[in-house]
Design a protein around this ligand. Structure first.
Ligand SMILES: Nc1nc2c(ncn2[C@@H]2O[C@H](COP(=O)(O)OP(=O)(O)OP(=O)(O)O)[C@@H](O)[C@H]2O)c(=O)[nH]1
Ligand SMILES: [K+]
Ligand SMILES: [Mg+2]
Length: 436
């Protein structure tokens, strides 16, 4: 049970500002006392109860729906109450002031509710990250991926990898007990190696999904590149469906890179308009062109534009490119491999959208990825290296095999936050909003 000295925390859990309803959440050992004091009851668990909330003088602060979740079956594992109040700044300020005026009750820090849930073992670290991603999700792909992670998909996978490695550790230990000294090649070692090989295959599988998982989390970067007046800014505006960038017949209009966030069929995309590629004596324009080339080189995908009535050659780095013949409404013929589009008439735009999604997401919609952050990639890579070492030298002394197994298990445990967790936690929770 919770330590009675643990502070009880309180925060607005819904978005700040004026709204029909706002949700204030309280967690900790003083929850029952607070409920009694301001609403006169501790309501039945998990049943919405309408009550007037009163201050010490008996004045009504608001009418609220109250929910009580007794610990440990609550989000944080502690006693938790939710007050669904009218979403006005004045009501909120009054209630937060009233709640935190009680001894042992204070306002929560960002992420503090989730931190308590983590510390109570309600969520592993990967699930906490999934929750953070879910709150931040803007598109359908992000939502699906984050939900899967919050549901513990990575935790389950890690448990499934860790278990055979722990068994392998036990097999090695048994072999060490049987053999007199050093070299062990008996049947137990053989079985330990089989387990390691099985896990290694699973880890490599997960690694393959990382690039996609990270892109879904952070957004795919698509860069518009091409000579001045190719129609890059016009295309940006057409795809964004608003006038983001300045369009004009003057070559060299765009200089700074201009970014918009798009939701393409659920895929998060950052689309970047750039300066027209040409040699220029103007130092500012030349810098814009340098940045354009740089951005194109780092993009997940480049849309390489050429006005259909121009004889311009394409100038772009290798990598993934879609070649577009723009201003198709002017007539003229596209070159082989080019898609005809017109920002003005809309010709080719549906085809371009479909092609973009296909090129970024792949032909078939993959399962949401398990690994979505650099932290995940690094931990899995560490486990892979250790297991590869084991399998590359099966005749090595059992002590060395055991040490590598230990490293692999530890890397997996770090992924779930069982070891070396403090730095990650501080960083992660700092990114949470208050009330989560
Ligand atoms: N007919 C026609 N004109 C277009 C189309 N798209 C753009 N234009 C015109 O082409 C000119 C240049 O368009 P921008 O979008 O500014 O071209 P840009 O590639 O961004 O040019 P810079 O920023 O200078 O590199 C403008 O006069 C646009 O109105 C199109 O689909 N059809
Ligand atoms: K222009
Ligand atoms: Mg432009």
């Amino acid at each position: 049970m919770a330590d009675p000295a643990t502070p009880t925390i309180v925060a607005l859990s819904s978005a700040p500002g004026r709204a029909g309803v706002a949700v204030v959440r309280v967690s900790g050992p003083r929850v029952r006392f607070v409920l009694e004091t301001i609403s006169g009851v501790v309501p039945s668990p998990r049943q919405a109860t309408l009550r007037a909330l009163r201050d010490a003088a008996g004045d009504v602060v608001d009418q609220a729906l109250i929910l009580f979740f007794p610990g440990p079956a609550s989000f944080t594992g502690e006693d938790v109450a939710e007050f669904h109040i009218h979403g006005s700044r004045a009501v909120l300020a009054r209630l937060l002031g009233l709640l935190s005026s009680h001894d042992g009750v204070r306002l929560a820090e960002p992420g503090e509710f989730t931190r308590r849930a983590f510390e109570a073992g309600k969520l592993d670290l990967a699930a906490v990250e999934g929750l953070a991603d879910l709150i931040d999700s803007e598109t359908e792909w992000q939502r699906r991926q984050a939900l899967r992670q919050m549901d513990g998909a990575l935790g389950t996978a890690v448990a499934g990898w860790r278990q055979p490695l722990v068994e392998a550790q036990a097999l090695l230990a048994a072999e060490l007990d049987f053999s007199d000294e050093g070299d062990v090649e008996g049947p137990l070692v053989e079985r330990a190696l089989q387990r390691a090989a099985g896990v290694l295959a699973g880890l490599r599988d997960a690694q393959r999904g990382f690039a996609h998982g990270e892109r879904v989390r952070e957004g795919f970067v698509v860069v518009l590149a091409g000579p001045p007046n190719a129609g890059k800014s016009s295309l940006l505006n057409a795809l964004a469906r608003r006038e983001v960038a300045i369009v004009s017949p003057v070559a060299g209009t765009t200089r700074d890179a201009i970014e918009v966030r798009l939701d393409l069929d659920g895929l998060p995309v950052t689309l970047i308009d750039t300066a027209g590629l040409r040699d220029s004596d103007d130092a500012i324009e030349a810098e814009g062109v340098r940045r354009a080339r740089d951005l194109a080189a780092k993009a997940d995908l480049v849309l390489s534009l050429r006005a259909i009535d121009s004889d311009a050659d394409r100038d772009h780095p290798g990598g993934s490119v879609i070649a577009l013949a723009t201003k198709a409404d002017l007539g003229g013929t596209a070159r082989p491999g080019e898609l005809r589009i017109s920002a003005r008439s809309g010709e080719g735009m549906p085809q371009l959208l479909a092609l973009l999604v296909r090129r970024l997401a792949g032909e078939e919609q993959p399962e949401p990825a398990l690994l979505t952050r650099e932290r995940h990639r690094a931990a899995i890579a560490e486990a892979v290296v250790a297991l590869e070492r084991i399998l590359a030298s099966p005749g090595a002394p059992a002590e060395l095999l055991a040490e590598d197994l230990r490293l692999a298990v530890r890397a997996l445990e770090r992924l779930l936050g069982r070891v070396d967790v403090e730095d990650v936690l501080d960083q992660l929770f700092a990114g949470f909003c208050i009330g989560k």
